[in-house]
Design a protein around this ligand. Structure first.
Ligand code: ZN
Length: 221
């Protein structure tokens, strides 16, 4: 009996497993790395293309209809159409409407997806045009939540720091040296949708030990 309880507790204490992820890396050679380090110098006062100890996960919408279209947007290293800067924009992952997860860059690489937060944030794209599109596709939503949970637990990021792009300006980690960009953000993943998303994420459970102890407490009642 005690052994069984211990086995249950050990299972509950295990961190969430990674969901299935297909790696399809965009080109990120020496030139793009140097451009990313230069971007980090201009915008954050950092001298690196590496993403070190990320503290935030930013959820995005692709505003297109496929993973392929998203890959095609991120792969070329060209100035973005909005701010006209190099390197080209990217996010670490995209989640398709069928629940497929594709990884575009390694977790140790800084990507340009959210002004003010790229220095410390993973970016996750969702194929779709509105937040409602994602909530309408259960497999996409489930895959997104599983990916975000695994990523946040792996990096010790609290649910409060899982934010929508539209919430970027209120993040305690927001930092931007270029004055004209300090109020720059986008409209994807509005706070109302993110409150729903974070509630679903919380309902999935914690990252191991704390969830295990609360579940153990439930068992004893
Ligand atoms: Zn966005």
């Amino acid at each position: 009996m005690l052994a069984e309880l211990a086995a249950v507790a050990a299972l509950a204490a295990a961190p969430p497993a990674a969901p299935p992820i297909v790696q399809r890396f965009i080109p990120f050679g020496d030139q793009r790395k140097a451009e990313t380090a230069a971007y980090a110098r201009r915008h954050y006062g950092l001298d690196t293309w590496r993403l070190v100890h990320p503290r935030v996960i930013v959820e995005h919408l692709t505003v297109n209809d496929s993973i392929q279209a998203t890959y095609d947007t991120f792969a070329p290293d060209r100035p973005d159409p909005e701010l006209h800067e190099l390197p080209g924009v990217c996010s670490h992952f995209v989640v398709g409407q069928d629940g497929a997860i594709v990884q575009f860059v390694r977790l140790s690489v800084m990507c340009r997806h959210t002004v003010g937060l790229n220095w410390t944030a993973y970016g996750i794209e969702h194929v779709g045009r509105t937040e409602a599109d994602v909530f309408r596709h259960p497999r996409q939503l489930a895959a997104s939540l599983a990916l975000t949970r695994w990523l946040r637990c792996r990096a010790h990021i609290g649910v409060a720091n899982v934010i929508g792009h539209a919430e970027s300006l209120s993040s305690p980690y927001h930092h931007e040296r270029v004055a004209r960009l300090r109020r720059q953000t986008h409209s994807d993943w509005q706070p109302a949708a993110m409150r729903r998303y974070r509630a679903r994420l919380t309902a999935l459970g914690g990252c191991g030990t704390s969830a295990a102890s609360s579940r153990a407490a439930d068992t004893s009642r």
